[in-house]
Write a protein that binds this ligand. Structure first.
Ligand SMILES: [Zn+2]
Length: 293
Protein backbone atom coordinates (compact mmCIF):
# COMPACT_ATOMS: atom_id res chain seq x y z
CA UNK A 1 0.00 0.00 0.00
CA UNK A 2 1.30 3.44 -0.90
CA UNK A 3 1.44 5.45 2.27
CA UNK A 4 3.92 8.32 2.32
CA UNK A 5 2.92 11.94 1.97
CA UNK A 6 -0.50 11.66 3.57
CA UNK A 7 -1.81 13.00 6.86
CA UNK A 8 -0.71 11.20 10.03
CA UNK A 9 -3.05 10.87 12.99
CA UNK A 10 -2.42 12.55 16.32
CA UNK A 11 -4.35 9.77 18.09
CA UNK A 12 -1.46 7.30 18.23
CA UNK A 13 0.76 6.88 21.30
CA UNK A 14 3.98 4.93 21.04
CA UNK A 15 4.75 3.07 24.26
CA UNK A 16 7.22 0.60 22.76
CA UNK A 17 10.12 1.95 24.76
CA UNK A 18 8.36 1.80 28.09
CA UNK A 19 6.75 -0.90 30.13
CA UNK A 20 8.69 -3.80 28.69
CA UNK A 21 8.25 -7.08 30.50
CA UNK A 22 11.43 -8.74 31.61
CA UNK A 23 11.87 -12.33 32.67
CA UNK A 24 10.66 -15.71 31.54
CA UNK A 25 7.87 -16.47 34.01
CA UNK A 26 5.17 -15.26 31.68
CA UNK A 27 6.27 -17.38 28.77
CA UNK A 28 4.13 -20.46 29.31
CA UNK A 29 0.98 -18.59 30.26
CA UNK A 30 1.46 -16.29 27.34
CA UNK A 31 1.54 -19.21 24.90
CA UNK A 32 -1.73 -20.46 26.33
CA UNK A 33 -3.40 -17.12 25.84
CA UNK A 34 -2.11 -16.53 22.39
CA UNK A 35 -4.66 -18.20 20.18
CA UNK A 36 -7.68 -16.99 22.07
CA UNK A 37 -6.53 -13.45 22.02
CA UNK A 38 -5.91 -13.15 18.31
CA UNK A 39 -8.00 -10.38 16.87
CA UNK A 40 -10.51 -10.37 19.67
CA UNK A 41 -13.13 -7.71 19.96
CA UNK A 42 -15.32 -7.48 22.99
CA UNK A 43 -14.29 -10.51 24.96
CA UNK A 44 -10.83 -9.57 26.15
CA UNK A 45 -11.73 -8.90 29.78
CA UNK A 46 -11.15 -12.48 30.91
CA UNK A 47 -7.91 -12.66 29.03
CA UNK A 48 -6.71 -9.49 30.61
CA UNK A 49 -7.53 -10.84 34.04
CA UNK A 50 -5.47 -13.89 33.22
CA UNK A 51 -2.70 -11.78 31.81
CA UNK A 52 -2.59 -9.86 35.06
CA UNK A 53 -1.33 -12.97 36.75
CA UNK A 54 1.64 -13.16 34.41
CA UNK A 55 3.55 -10.56 36.33
CA UNK A 56 7.01 -9.34 35.44
CA UNK A 57 8.84 -6.12 35.89
CA UNK A 58 8.78 -3.06 33.72
CA UNK A 59 11.45 -0.66 32.69
CA UNK A 60 11.71 2.30 30.40
CA UNK A 61 14.34 2.34 27.71
CA UNK A 62 16.17 5.60 27.25
CA UNK A 63 17.21 5.06 23.62
CA UNK A 64 15.57 6.71 20.61
CA UNK A 65 13.38 4.83 18.15
CA UNK A 66 15.34 3.08 15.42
CA UNK A 67 14.74 4.18 11.84
CA UNK A 68 12.57 1.10 11.26
CA UNK A 69 10.53 1.74 14.42
CA UNK A 70 10.01 5.35 13.36
CA UNK A 71 8.80 4.20 9.94
CA UNK A 72 6.41 1.76 11.62
CA UNK A 73 5.06 4.58 13.75
CA UNK A 74 4.66 6.88 10.73
CA UNK A 75 2.95 4.07 8.83
CA UNK A 76 0.53 3.25 11.66
CA UNK A 77 -0.26 6.96 12.14
CA UNK A 78 -1.02 7.23 8.43
CA UNK A 79 -3.34 4.19 8.47
CA UNK A 80 -5.16 5.49 11.55
CA UNK A 81 -5.59 8.88 9.85
CA UNK A 82 -6.97 7.08 6.79
CA UNK A 83 -9.53 5.27 8.97
CA UNK A 84 -10.47 8.61 10.58
CA UNK A 85 -11.05 10.20 7.18
CA UNK A 86 -13.13 7.29 5.92
CA UNK A 87 -15.29 6.90 9.04
CA UNK A 88 -15.71 10.63 9.65
CA UNK A 89 -17.12 10.85 6.13
CA UNK A 90 -19.39 7.79 6.42
CA UNK A 91 -20.77 8.95 9.77
CA UNK A 92 -21.30 12.44 8.36
CA UNK A 93 -23.26 10.99 5.43
CA UNK A 94 -25.50 9.31 7.99
CA UNK A 95 -25.91 12.45 10.13
CA UNK A 96 -23.78 11.11 12.94
CA UNK A 97 -20.60 12.28 14.63
CA UNK A 98 -17.64 9.92 14.59
CA UNK A 99 -15.60 9.95 17.80
CA UNK A 100 -12.07 8.97 16.79
CA UNK A 101 -10.44 6.11 18.71
CA UNK A 102 -6.96 6.12 20.23
CA UNK A 103 -4.27 3.61 19.27
CA UNK A 104 -1.43 2.54 21.53
CA UNK A 105 1.61 0.88 20.02
CA UNK A 106 3.43 -1.27 22.52
CA UNK A 107 5.91 -4.10 22.73
CA UNK A 108 5.65 -7.30 24.79
CA UNK A 109 3.23 -5.95 27.36
CA UNK A 110 1.36 -2.85 28.31
CA UNK A 111 -0.65 -1.48 31.17
CA UNK A 112 -3.86 -0.16 29.69
CA UNK A 113 -5.40 3.15 30.66
CA UNK A 114 -7.80 1.44 33.05
CA UNK A 115 -4.98 -0.43 34.75
CA UNK A 116 -5.27 -3.84 33.13
CA UNK A 117 -2.10 -5.61 32.15
CA UNK A 118 -2.11 -6.90 28.58
CA UNK A 119 0.36 -9.08 26.78
CA UNK A 120 1.41 -8.92 23.15
CA UNK A 121 0.57 -12.61 22.93
CA UNK A 122 -3.11 -11.68 22.94
CA UNK A 123 -2.78 -10.08 19.55
CA UNK A 124 -4.26 -6.71 18.65
CA UNK A 125 -7.34 -5.77 20.60
CA UNK A 126 -9.84 -2.98 21.17
CA UNK A 127 -10.83 -1.89 24.68
CA UNK A 128 -14.38 -0.52 24.40
CA UNK A 129 -14.26 1.18 27.82
CA UNK A 130 -11.22 3.22 26.73
CA UNK A 131 -12.11 3.46 23.03
CA UNK A 132 -8.51 2.45 22.46
CA UNK A 133 -6.83 -0.05 20.16
CA UNK A 134 -3.71 -1.82 21.42
CA UNK A 135 -1.24 -3.10 18.86
CA UNK A 136 2.13 -4.84 19.06
CA UNK A 137 3.88 -4.91 15.69
CA UNK A 138 5.37 -8.31 16.48
CA UNK A 139 1.90 -9.70 15.75
CA UNK A 140 2.65 -9.40 12.05
CA UNK A 141 5.84 -11.40 12.40
CA UNK A 142 3.78 -14.02 14.22
CA UNK A 143 1.18 -14.02 11.44
CA UNK A 144 3.94 -14.74 8.97
CA UNK A 145 5.94 -17.34 10.86
CA UNK A 146 3.23 -19.20 12.78
CA UNK A 147 0.22 -18.80 10.54
CA UNK A 148 1.90 -18.58 7.17
CA UNK A 149 0.25 -15.28 6.24
CA UNK A 150 1.87 -13.43 3.37
CA UNK A 151 2.90 -10.37 5.28
CA UNK A 152 6.04 -8.30 4.92
CA UNK A 153 7.14 -7.20 8.31
CA UNK A 154 9.40 -4.33 7.36
CA UNK A 155 7.85 -1.04 6.37
CA UNK A 156 9.71 0.63 3.52
CA UNK A 157 9.45 4.23 2.44
CA UNK A 158 7.75 3.11 -0.78
CA UNK A 159 5.14 0.77 0.55
CA UNK A 160 3.82 -0.81 3.70
CA UNK A 161 2.01 -4.09 3.98
CA UNK A 162 -1.73 -3.80 3.58
CA UNK A 163 -2.24 -6.58 6.13
CA UNK A 164 -1.26 -4.03 8.80
CA UNK A 165 -3.98 -1.72 7.51
CA UNK A 166 -6.49 -4.59 7.44
CA UNK A 167 -5.76 -5.50 11.06
CA UNK A 168 -6.01 -1.89 12.25
CA UNK A 169 -9.17 -1.39 10.17
CA UNK A 170 -10.66 -4.52 11.78
CA UNK A 171 -10.03 -3.11 15.27
CA UNK A 172 -11.42 0.25 14.17
CA UNK A 173 -14.43 -1.79 13.02
CA UNK A 174 -14.99 -2.76 16.65
CA UNK A 175 -14.83 0.92 17.55
CA UNK A 176 -17.46 1.66 14.90
CA UNK A 177 -19.61 -1.09 16.44
CA UNK A 178 -19.31 0.65 19.76
CA UNK A 179 -20.24 4.00 18.25
CA UNK A 180 -23.29 2.47 16.59
CA UNK A 181 -24.49 0.81 19.81
CA UNK A 182 -23.94 -2.67 18.36
CA UNK A 183 -21.29 -3.64 20.89
CA UNK A 184 -23.54 -2.78 23.85
CA UNK A 185 -26.52 -4.59 22.33
CA UNK A 186 -24.42 -7.69 21.78
CA UNK A 187 -22.97 -7.60 25.28
CA UNK A 188 -26.48 -7.27 26.77
CA UNK A 189 -27.74 -10.16 24.70
CA UNK A 190 -24.74 -12.34 25.47
CA UNK A 191 -25.50 -11.98 29.18
CA UNK A 192 -28.90 -13.61 28.71
CA UNK A 193 -28.12 -16.55 26.43
CA UNK A 194 -26.17 -19.81 26.63
CA UNK A 195 -22.58 -20.30 25.58
CA UNK A 196 -23.30 -21.49 22.05
CA UNK A 197 -25.42 -18.48 21.19
CA UNK A 198 -22.99 -16.15 22.96
CA UNK A 199 -20.26 -17.56 20.73
CA UNK A 200 -22.42 -17.03 17.64
CA UNK A 201 -22.92 -13.40 18.65
CA UNK A 202 -19.17 -13.08 19.01
CA UNK A 203 -18.69 -14.59 15.56
CA UNK A 204 -21.15 -12.09 14.07
CA UNK A 205 -19.32 -9.22 15.80
CA UNK A 206 -15.96 -10.34 14.42
CA UNK A 207 -17.28 -10.88 10.91
CA UNK A 208 -18.85 -7.44 10.96
CA UNK A 209 -15.50 -5.94 12.01
CA UNK A 210 -13.98 -7.71 9.00
CA UNK A 211 -16.80 -6.32 6.86
CA UNK A 212 -16.10 -2.79 8.12
CA UNK A 213 -12.41 -3.32 7.34
CA UNK A 214 -13.54 -4.19 3.80
CA UNK A 215 -15.61 -1.00 3.60
CA UNK A 216 -12.50 0.91 4.63
CA UNK A 217 -10.49 -0.83 1.88
CA UNK A 218 -13.19 0.10 -0.63
CA UNK A 219 -12.60 3.77 0.14
CA UNK A 220 -8.83 3.36 -0.19
CA UNK A 221 -8.74 1.93 -3.69
CA UNK A 222 -6.67 4.77 -5.08
CA UNK A 223 -3.74 3.92 -2.82
CA UNK A 224 -3.95 0.14 -2.98
CA UNK A 225 -1.35 -1.77 -4.93
CA UNK A 226 -1.75 -5.03 -6.77
CA UNK A 227 -1.86 -7.92 -4.33
CA UNK A 228 -3.04 -5.85 -1.35
CA UNK A 229 -6.59 -7.22 -1.23
CA UNK A 230 -5.36 -10.77 -1.78
CA UNK A 231 -2.95 -10.35 1.13
CA UNK A 232 -5.79 -9.17 3.39
CA UNK A 233 -8.05 -12.03 2.29
CA UNK A 234 -5.20 -14.45 2.92
CA UNK A 235 -4.62 -13.02 6.41
CA UNK A 236 -8.35 -13.22 7.16
CA UNK A 237 -8.29 -16.85 6.07
CA UNK A 238 -5.28 -18.03 8.06
CA UNK A 239 -6.71 -16.67 11.30
CA UNK A 240 -10.20 -18.12 10.87
CA UNK A 241 -11.28 -20.14 13.90
CA UNK A 242 -11.42 -23.36 11.89
CA UNK A 243 -7.90 -22.86 10.57
CA UNK A 244 -6.59 -22.14 14.07
CA UNK A 245 -8.42 -25.08 15.63
CA UNK A 246 -7.26 -27.46 12.94
CA UNK A 247 -3.74 -26.30 13.53
CA UNK A 248 -3.85 -26.53 17.31
CA UNK A 249 -6.36 -29.32 18.01
CA UNK A 250 -6.42 -31.28 14.80
CA UNK A 251 -10.21 -30.93 14.63
CA UNK A 252 -12.84 -28.28 14.26
CA UNK A 253 -15.58 -27.59 16.81
CA UNK A 254 -17.98 -25.02 15.32
CA UNK A 255 -19.86 -24.27 18.58
CA UNK A 256 -16.70 -22.95 20.12
CA UNK A 257 -16.02 -20.51 17.30
CA UNK A 258 -15.79 -16.92 18.40
CA UNK A 259 -14.37 -15.25 15.30
CA UNK A 260 -15.75 -17.10 12.28
CA UNK A 261 -14.31 -19.56 9.82
CA UNK A 262 -11.64 -18.71 7.27
CA UNK A 263 -14.25 -18.69 4.52
CA UNK A 264 -16.61 -16.42 6.50
CA UNK A 265 -13.90 -13.92 7.40
CA UNK A 266 -12.67 -13.62 3.83
CA UNK A 267 -16.27 -13.46 2.53
CA UNK A 268 -17.30 -10.55 4.75
CA UNK A 269 -14.12 -8.58 4.22
CA UNK A 270 -14.60 -8.99 0.49
CA UNK A 271 -18.29 -8.02 0.62
CA UNK A 272 -17.37 -4.79 2.40
CA UNK A 273 -14.62 -4.18 -0.13
CA UNK A 274 -16.86 -4.81 -3.13
CA UNK A 275 -19.92 -2.84 -1.95
CA UNK A 276 -18.46 -0.12 0.29
CA UNK A 277 -21.98 0.01 1.75
CA UNK A 278 -22.25 -0.26 5.54
CA UNK A 279 -25.88 -1.33 5.21
CA UNK A 280 -24.80 -4.62 3.63
CA UNK A 281 -23.03 -5.77 6.79
CA UNK A 282 -25.75 -7.57 8.73
CA UNK A 283 -23.62 -10.48 9.84
CA UNK A 284 -26.07 -11.15 12.69
CA UNK A 285 -28.82 -12.14 10.27
CA UNK A 286 -26.36 -14.41 8.51
CA UNK A 287 -24.97 -16.10 11.63
CA UNK A 288 -28.01 -16.10 13.97
CA UNK A 289 -30.81 -16.11 11.42
CA UNK A 290 -32.10 -12.72 12.58
CA UNK A 291 -30.88 -9.16 12.80
CA UNK A 292 -29.79 -7.72 16.10
CA UNK A 293 -32.81 -6.06 17.70
ZN1 LIG B 1 -11.97 -8.56 16.31
Amino acid sequence: MKWTGRRQSGNVSDKRLSGRMIGGVGGLIVVGLMLFGLFTGTDTSGLIDLAQTVGGTTQTETRELTAQEQRELDYVETIVADTEDVWNEIFLQNDMDYREPQLVLYRDSVQTESGSFASAAMGPFYMPSEETIYLDMSFFEQLRTEFGARVKTDVSAESGDFVVAYVIAHEVGHHVQKQLGIADAVAAKQATVGQTEANQLSVAMELQADFFAGVFAHEQQQILESGDIDAALNAAAVIGDDAIQRKTQGQVVPDSFTHGTSEQRAYWFNLGYQTGDINQGDTFKEVLGESLS
